[in-house]
Design a protein around this ligand. Structure first.
Ligand code: BF8
Ligand code: SF4
Length: 634
């Protein structure tokens, strides 16, 4: 694989990290690289999913000598229960994020901390939900929709409203498989009920519920999180920014936002741009204020404001190790508890803000919609006042940074691809130009690359190598989460230069549409955007989602949320390729259900493919896309 001079390679990123680890050594800080060594090898029972501790007669571990737990549960029941618990954790987390957004929507008011920035989108959704919009004040409408959305979490009857966005064919598959998600909280609760001691031990039933709980996330909670974040903070449009640790600025006050909920980071960004705050930073000896981000909160603010991305999941300690981070401000999810003790080795303020994520050795400033302005201002001020406490001897910011164009919501993708000149269809607001490119073979297909980093995979290599491989083969990449940040750090979202990696067809499309070949679609809740895109393509094309030459891929995933995502992506009809095993290999039955031709594939026309050899995973993805093309006769 050719590497172009403009890209930042994984080796270069590792060299930068190693320099930061020297600082860690100097101050006696603990880092994940060291803890991985302490924790490996991992427990074999845990890895295979064959340990059960859901009742206190156990824990029971399954071996050839002891094939059943004390209650008599076999390995398939135990592995499947663990898999469902894993999924339910993720569905709960994403959906609760969506719920927080709905509560914030309920607090919006003219001139308030939170406002409706995309009224058209709100009206569009209201109409979709059958809510009268005529003559209504936009804030009255926002509050009404917020209440209806919140009821989606606990309504006693019916299924998720957004499921109706899926093609009818998909909805029928869901009905036939009995996996159409009902109230979101019900799916999570039922999952926990099914996995309670003495309930389900039939693997097939447990996996079926995993798909339904996943769907309640992807077509329920996450979709609400995304759609109503757009309503409040604006629907993303293409915007230029930068990525990698070098976006932090030595002479500025550096505030790093981390987590997932944009309600906090939006306010921090707002006050960091306040002339009064900038003047105060100058008074304190800095040249200005730089807000950058890690993880999905970073994706949220980069998509809407072009805030630079300092790094992804396994870079969260790096930003502190620069010695130039005045404050790392977090909300919820994917936050290392390690940031507590680590920040104590530096001048960095580690600020937690949510009652959902309370972490030792942090300063807790509780965030709420009513007082968001006061809290955000206090946080920015605290960071500014901390600038003077830096130890200059410890300051080292690696210089790596790359240009990136981000902001590809479904609306934006439809908009830009519409400009591709050879489109005969000229229908703004449809996916038809994109379909035409795929149909003609100019683009062979698409990969939705998502997910985290995981020390089990050399960080970012799988994301970056797989993306390059796809581009070479004229497969366009859409991406979210930490995968998107891996691409941006490497330079694969550079609007002009990244085209060098593409095959001739994809390169031409990128030139005509003026897009990078790897499109940043947002944070992990924004994988719901990908579901809408896949649905719209299938509808506009007149085929089923499972026939579209698109696959999902999470090569370095690690979280419960990722398992929930995997379930809803597969259940939507998209074959999903994983580079890390979901603790299921202990049961051949669960493995067959998830990965075989006669398991979930028979219900939803897609399955999981697990391969820890990343080259081979990539080959399988390309083969899957080509097989779909062949089946379509294109
Ligand atoms: O929700 S990709 S490490 S930051 S879980 Fe976490 Fe994974 Fe990153 Fe975003 Ni998603
Ligand atoms: Fe053991 Fe059964 Fe209890 Fe699980 S539920 S810990 S297998 S006795």
């Amino acid at each position: 694989m050719k590497d172009w001079a403009f890209t930042t390679t994984v080796e270069e990123m590792e060299a930068a990290t190693n320099a930061l680890l020297e600082t860690a050594n100097k101050v006696g800080a603990d880092t994940w690289q060291k803890r991985v060594k302490d924790q490996t090898p991992h427990c074999g029972f845990g890895e295979a999913g064959t340990c059960c501790r859901i009742c206190s007669m156990g824990p029971c571990r399954i071996t050839p000598k002891s094939p059943r737990g004390i209650c008599g549960c076999d390995v398939h029941g135990i592995v499947a229960r663990n898999y469902l618990i894993f999924t339910a954790g993720g569905a709960a987390t994403h959906s609760d994020h969506g719920r927080e957004i709905m509560h914030t929507l309920h607090q919006t008011r003219e001139g308030g901390n939170y406002q409706v920035k995309d009224p058209e989108k709100l009206i569009r959704i209201a109409k979709e939900w059958g809510v009268e919009t005529e003559g209504k004040d936009i804030y009255d409408l926002a509050h009404e929709i917020a209440e209806i959305g919140l009821l989606e979490y606990g309504k006693p009857f019916g299924t998720q409203r957004f499921c109706e966005r899926a093609p009818e064919y998909t909805q029928k598959l869901w009905e036939a498989a009995d996996i159409t998600p009902r109230a979101i909280d019900r799916e999570v609760s039922q999952s926990m009920h099914m996995t309670h001691m003495g309930c389900s031990s039939l693997a097939e039933a447990l996996i079926r519920q995993a798909l339904r709980a996943g769907l309640s996330d992807g077509w329920g909670g996450s979709m609400m999180g995304t759609e109503f974040s757009d309503v409040m903070f604006g629907t993303p449009r293409p915007i230029d920014t930068e990525a990698n640790i070098g976006v932090m600025e030595k002479d500025n006050v550096n505030i790093v936002v981390h987590g997932h909920d944009p309600s906090l980071s939006e306010m921090v960004v707002y006050f960091a741009n306040d002339p009064e705050m900038i003047a105060y930073a100058k008074e304190m000896g800095a040249k200005g204020i730089t807000v950058s981000g890690v993880c999905c909160t970073s994706n949220e603010v980069t998509m809407r404001h072009g805030i630079p991305m300092a790094g992804n999941y396994l870079n969260q300690e790096n930003v502190v190790l620069t010695g130039a981070c005045e404050a790392i401000v977090v909300d919820v999810q994917c936050i290392f508890p390690a940031l507590g003790p680590l920040s104590k080795c530096f001048h960095t303020k580690f600020i937690t803000t949510s009652p959902i994520a309370r972490i030792p050795d942090s300063e807790f400033i509780q965030f709420s919609a009513e007082t968001a302005d006061v809290s955000a201002k206090a946080i920015v001020k605290m960071a500014i006042e901390n600038f003077k406490n830096r130890n200059p001897e410890l300051v080292h910011i690696p210089s790596q940074k790359q240009k990136a164009r981000v902001g590809y919501s479904v609306e934006a993708i439809k908009g830009v691809l519409d400009t591709v000149a050879n489109s005969q269809l000229d229908e703004f607001g449809t996916t038809k130009p994109l379909i035409e490119c795929v149909h003609s073979g100019v683009i062979r297909g698409a990969v939705a690359m998502v997910g985290c980093n995981n020390p089990k995979v050399r960080p970012d290599t799988a994301h970056i190598n797989l993306m390059k491989k796809m581009l070479e083969n004229d497969i366009i990449v859409i991406t979210t989460g930490c995968s998107a940040q891996a691409a941006a750090k490497a330079g694969l979202m550079d609007p002009v230069q990244a085209r060098e990696y593409c095959g001739a067809g994809l390169k031409r499309v990128c030139e005509l549409a003026n897009i990078p070949p790897v499109l940043h679609m947002g944070s992990c809740v924004d994988i719901s955007r990908m579901m809408i895109l896949a649905s719209d393509i299938a509808k506009d094309w007149g085929i089923n989602i499972s026939q579209v030459p698109v696959v999902g891929c999470a090569p370095e995933w690690m979280s419960e949320k990722a398992v929930s995502i995997g379930n809803y992506v597969v259940a939507t009809g998209i074959e999903t390729f994983l580079g890390v095993d979901p603790y299921s290999k202990g049961s051949d039955e669960v493995t067959r259900l998830l990965q075989g031709e006669d398991g979930i594939k028979e219900w939803v026309e897609a399955k999981f493919v697990v391969d820890t050899d990343i080259e081979s995973l990539g080959d399988k993805m390309i083969a899957c896309i080509e097989a779909k093309r062949e089946a379509l006769g294109i």
